[in-house]
Design a protein around this ligand. Structure first.
Ligand SMILES: [Zn+2]
Length: 147
């Protein structure tokens, strides 16, 4: 079972290895919260700090590390694009024209994005059925799950 310290270490690892050029302009908090079937994570402003939240369900080992990495990396792209961060806002909408995945691909997450599509279809949908008792399951598209 993962915890908030594990998540914090993951954030540091990803920042150092995939976002070394992105300057940290404020404090960034990260933690697990909620237990959501249709939201993997989000980034919010908390006073002058930023806060990244990852779906509490992802503490479970059944969720692979790379799904959490992608969630954190997705929110870091929002951070560098100026959404809920001190950076100037570069775009009108945070997901316009697939800008997040474009940036993620440039930063070495291309294989993860591809693997995730299959994981959502094959595993997450089963989790929704079994753990969330969801009867009607929407088509899978990773970007719908992150804000
Ligand atoms: Zn997003």
């Amino acid at each position: 079972m993962r915890n908030d310290l594990w998540l914090k270490n993951r954030l540091e690892y990803l920042w150092g290895n995939h976002f070394p050029d992105v300057e940290r302009k404020n404090n960034i908090h990260i933690g697990f919260k909620g237990n959501w079937k249709n939201k993997f994570g989000h980034i919010k402003k908390k006073g002058i700090d930023s806060e990244i939240i990852v779906n509490g369900y992802f503490k479970k080992d059944v969720v692979p590390d790379y799904i959490i990495d992608l969630t954190i990396a997705h929110e870091l792209v929002h951070y560098m694009h100026g959404f809920n961060s001190p950076y100037p806002r570069l775009f009108k909408h945070p997901h316009k024209g697939g800008i997040v995945n474009k940036e993620l691909k440039k930063r070495g997450f291309k294989v993860h994005i591809k693997d995730e599509r299959r994981w959502i279809k094959e595993v997450w949908r089963t989790i929704m059925k079994e753990d969330f008792k969801e009867k009607r399951i929407r088509p899978s598209l990773s970007n719908w799950f992150r804000f």
